[in-house]
Design a protein around this ligand. Structure first.
Ligand SMILES: [Zn+2]
Length: 400
C-alpha cells in the first residue's frame, strides 16, 4: 500500500529528474557532463561570494620575520643534515627589494648550520647588511655517538654565539629522523639527555631556541579519504609519519614539553604555533605552563584563519608571546605556502590586519595544505606592533 507521503515523494523525484535532464540538454557546450566523475586534482572551484577584498601591499608596522630559510646544509641523508657547508638559494640583493616593499625590517635565517658554513652565512647576510638579517646556528649531529658529544655540542653553541649567531634552531630532524647511528638505528628522542648541556648553554648565552617538533597532526594519520591534508600528503608522500617506528604527535609534544620544563632559564620559540595550530587549547595549556615558551605563526595562517574567532581570542590572550614568521624559502615553488614573494607576505598581512572573509591562505591555484579558505582577524594596532616586531626584538635583544 502506498501512502500519500510516499506518492508525493515519487512525483517529486521524477519532476527533479526531468528538470535535471533539461538542464543537461540546455548545457550541451559544457566540457564535462555531470555524469563524468571529475578528478579531485582538476577541481578548482571559483568562489561566487561577493565580499570585501582588501589589498595590503605593505605591513602597517615594521616586521621581523623570525622564520625564514636563506641557507641550508649542502648534504643530507634520510632527513639528517650532514654538512657544515651551506647552500644559498638566494642573495641579499634579490631579497632586499621585496623586504623594502613589504616593510620587512629583518629576516631571521634559521638554518645557518655550524662551523665554516655558519660563518659564511653570517658573512653573506648579517655582516653585509647589519640589522636586516640574523642567522641562527644548528646542532651538528654527526658526532652524536662520541662519548663527549654533550660537551662538544654545548661548546659549539658558545663558538656559534661568538661568531654572531643570536639563537639556535632545531629542525624536526630531532624526534623524527635522527637515529642512534645518525641515519640508521633507533630514533633519538627529543628529550634525550645528551642535549641537556646544549639547551643550558643557550640559556646562559641568552640565545633563544627556535624548535620545530612534530608536524600537522594529519601527517600522523593514514593518507586516505578521511585525511584533510590528503592532496598535500599525496604530493609529498615522504611527509607522512603514520606507522613505521615514528612516535605519535602526542609523544613528540610531551617530550618537547619535558625539555622546556627541564630548562626554565632557556627561551623556547615553539615554531608553527607550538606545532599544534589545529588545537589552540593544547597550545594555550603549554603557554600557561611554561613562561619560557613563545610561538611563531609560520606556515600556519591556513590553520589560524579557518578558526578566526578562536584565533582572535588566542592573539588577545598571548599578544606578548606570538612572533611573526612565515617559513619563507626563496625559490620554494613546490611549497606555495612558503614561497618567498610579495604575494606570500600580503596574505599574512591581510590575515592579521583585516577582517576580510574567505580568501586563499597561500598563493596557489589549489589550497596546498587542505581545501579550505581563511578569514582575517583584524588585530588592533597595539597587538599588531607586538606581533610584527616588538616581541621578536625583545627576544633577540635588538632595537627596531
Ligand atoms: Zn621552517
Amino acid at each position: 500500500m502506498t501512502n500519500r507521503r510516499d506518492w508525493l515523494h515519487v512525483v517529486g523525484s521524477s519532476f527533479f529528474c526531468a528538470s535535471a535532464m533539461e538542464a543537461r540538454i540546455g548545457n550541451a557546450n559544457a566540457a564535462t557532463t555531470p555524469e563524468a566523475p571529475l578528478p579531485l586534482a582538476e577541481y578548482e572551484p571559483r568562489s561566487m561570494l561577493h565580499v570585501r577584498e582588501t589589498e595590503v601591499p605593505r605591513a602597517r608596522y615594521a616586521v621581523i620575520d623570525v622564520h625564514t630559510h636563506l641557507s641550508w646544509s649542502a648534504k643530507s641523508e634520510n632527513g639528517v643534515a650532514l654538512a657544515a657547508k651551506r647552500q644559498f638559494p638566494s642573495t641579499p640583493a634579490e631579497l632586499l627589494p621585496v623586504m623594502d616593499r613589504k616593510n620587512l625590517r629583518a629576516l631571521v635565517n634559521l638554518t645557518g648550520g655550524y662551523g665554516d658554513g655558519l660563518r659564511e652565512a653570517i658573512a653573506t647576510y648579517d655582516k653585509a647588511h647589519p640589522g636586516r638579517f640574523y642567522t641562527f646556528t644548528e646542532p651538528s649531529y654527526s658526532q652524536l655517538f662520541e662519548p663527549n658529544y654533550p660537551k662538544l655540542q654545548a661548546d659549539a653553541i658558545g663558538a656559534a654565539h661568538a661568531a654572531g649567531a643570536p639563537g639556535l634552531k632545531i629542525l624536526k630532524t630531532l624526534g623524527l629522523f635522527l637515529r642512534e647511528n645518525i641515519t640508521s638505528g633507533k630514533l633519538v628522542r627529543v628529550d634525550d639527555a645528551r642535549f641537556d648541556p646544549m639547551w643550558d648553554a643557550c640559556g646562559q648565552l641568552n640565545m633563544p631556541v627556535a624548535i620545530h617538533v612534530s608536524d600537522p597532526v594529519a601527517f600522523f594519520t593514514p593518507t586516505d579519504r578521511f585525511n584533510e591534508r590528503y592532496e598535500e600528503l599525496h604530493n609529498h608522500p615522504d611527509w607522512s609519519f603514520f606507522d613505521h617506528d615514528f612516535p605519535s604527535n602526542a609523544e613528540l609534544l610531551d617530550a618537547r614539553n619535558r625539555v622546556i620544563a627541564r630548562h626554565p632559564k632557556t627561551q623556547f620559540v615553539v615554531l608553527h604555533v607550538g606545532n599544534f595550530a589545529e588545537n589552540l587549547e593544547n597550545v594555550s595549556e603549554a603557554l600557561d605552563r611554561f613562561p619560557n615558551m613563545t610561538i611563531d605563526i609560520a606556515a600556519r595562517v591556513g590553520e589560524l584563519g579557518r578558526q578566526p574567532r578562536t584565533a582572535r581570542k588566542f592573539f588577545d590572550k598571548y599578544q606578548d608571546r606570538i612572533l611573526f614568521g612565515t617559513d619563507a624559502t626563496p625559490h620554494g615553488k613546490e611549497v606555495p605556502q612558503q614561497y618567498f614573494s610579495d604575494r606570500l607576505y600580503e596574505i599574512y598581512f591581510r590575515f592579521l590586519e583585516t577582517e576580510d572573509e574567505y580568501f586563499d591562505y597561500a598563493p596557489a591555484k589549489i589550497p596546498p595544505q587542505g581545501r579550505w579558505r581563511i578569514y582575517g582577524i583584524g588585530l588592533p594596532d597595539q597587538i599588531l606592533r607586538k606581533v610584527y616586531n616588538e616581541n621578536a626584538a625583545r627576544l633577540l635583544r635588538i632595537n627596531i
